[in-house]
Write a protein that binds this ligand. Structure first.
Ligand SMILES: NC(=O)c1ccc[n+]([C@@H]2O[C@H](COP(=O)([O-])OP(=O)(O)OC[C@H]3O[C@@H](n4cnc5c(N)ncnc54)[C@H](OP(=O)(O)O)[C@@H]3O)[C@@H](O)[C@H]2O)c1
Length: 302
């Protein structure tokens, strides 16, 4: 049996779906049983547990041959790093107590660094907690920058007519579709070939600059001159707060942006067939960005 945290989310849903389609027993974990119903109809067992509750997670992981572990985003948390530590403490304790043999952890490019990478420090610390569990086979899936992060640009384009953010315009960023992370991780969980502790980077289909991001989005929305502007942290922070982020989370995002801009946070692996995935940014824009953009334009007009 496989236990999947974040099962209704971007990566977990893809993993649960693929394991179920392969005839595996799957326990899907989330906060609300109703949201897990769709998986139950496809043969999964639903388990309601909060990721900060070690006892509930121990029950959820008991009997699992392998676990998909992730820290759900919680951008309004006033102390995001402390929240991450609570989640990773609870999960590491549950993995130990339940005697889980294999864990695939959703981590990030940059998780090799112990500090100054914003929210990625919490993923580094989670990896370290799994490192110290004797006998555990752990795979740290160090994913690149989610293409989903660019969905925040829907509002920026509608309000300001441009794509804007803290990253350097010409910085190549390894951007990956969340579903590719799910597909790749599901395959690793099906094979269960990993042993010991190991990190693998996933760098998406190609590196993209935000200048290219603006160009691809501009073509898709019929504004071919759409351009990108880098804004200083002092201008970005109020926009992040406006979007519902806590001040602490906004500071962490800006710290991570600085780490990306300076090259401190960067992939360790050279691009290869093994760390390249298939979904292009053009496909992501057609399938996810454009519907969101059109939906919000329609509701803004009505
Ligand atoms: N953004 C990036 O560029 C990037 C890059 C590398 C790694 N990452 C990692 O990827 C993670 C996000 O992965 P994702 O996109 O797959 O996640 P997601 O879709 O945003 O969320 C996963 C699920 O977690 C569940 N959840 C939320 N709070 C919970 C709680 N307190 N207890 C139990 N379940 C809870 C929610 O399901 P229910 O509502 O059903 O409970 C949600 O659907 C980030 O947190 C980060 O660690 C992100």
């Amino acid at each position: 049996m496989y236990a999947i945290t974040g099962a209704t989310g971007n990566t977990g849903s893809v993993i649960a779906t693929k394991l179920l389609a392969s005839g595996k027993k799957v326990r899907v974990i989330g906060r609300d049983a109703r949201r897990l119903d769709d998986f139950v109809r496809r043969g999964a067992e639903a388990f309601v547990a909060d990721v900060t509750d070690a006892t509930a997670l121990t029950n959820a992981f008991t009997g699992a041959e392998a676990v998909y572990a992730m820290i759900p985003p919680n951008p309004s948390s006033p102390e995001f790093s402390a929240y991450q530590e609570r989640v990773s403490d609870a999960m590491a304790a549950a993995i130990t107590k339940a005697g889980v043999g294999h864990v695939a952890l959703l981590s990030s490019v940059g998780a090799d660094k112990p500090e100054k990478t914003g929210p990625v420090v919490g993923l580094h610390n989670f990896e370290q907690k799994l490192e110290s569990i004797a006998g555990l086979n752990a795979l740290y899936v160090r994913a690149g920058y989610f293409m989903q992060n660019t969905l925040a640009q829907v509002g920026v384009i509608q309000n300001f007519g441009l794509v804007g953010g803290p990253l350097r315009a010409e910085l190549p960023v390894a951007m990956i579709a969340a579903r590719d992370i799910g597909e790749w991780t599901a395959e690793e969980l099906l094979q269960l070939n990993f042993s010991g502790k190991q990190a693998r980077e996933l760098l998406g289909q190609r590196g993209l600059t935000y200048t290219e991001v603006a160009s691809v989005i501009g073509q898709a929305i019929g504004r071919p001159t759409l351009s990108y502007s880098q804004f200083p942290p002092a201008l970005i922070k109020p926009a992040l707060l406006q979007s519902g982020m806590s001040s602490n989370m906004a500071d962490l995002i800006l710290e991570m942006s600085e780490a990306l801009n300076s090259g401190y946070m960067a992939p360790l692996e050279a691009r290869s067939a093994q760390n390249t995935t298939t979904t292009t940014f053009e496909t992501f824009v057609a399938e996810e960005f454009l519907p969101r953009f059109k939906g919000q334009t329609k509701s803004a007009a009505s």
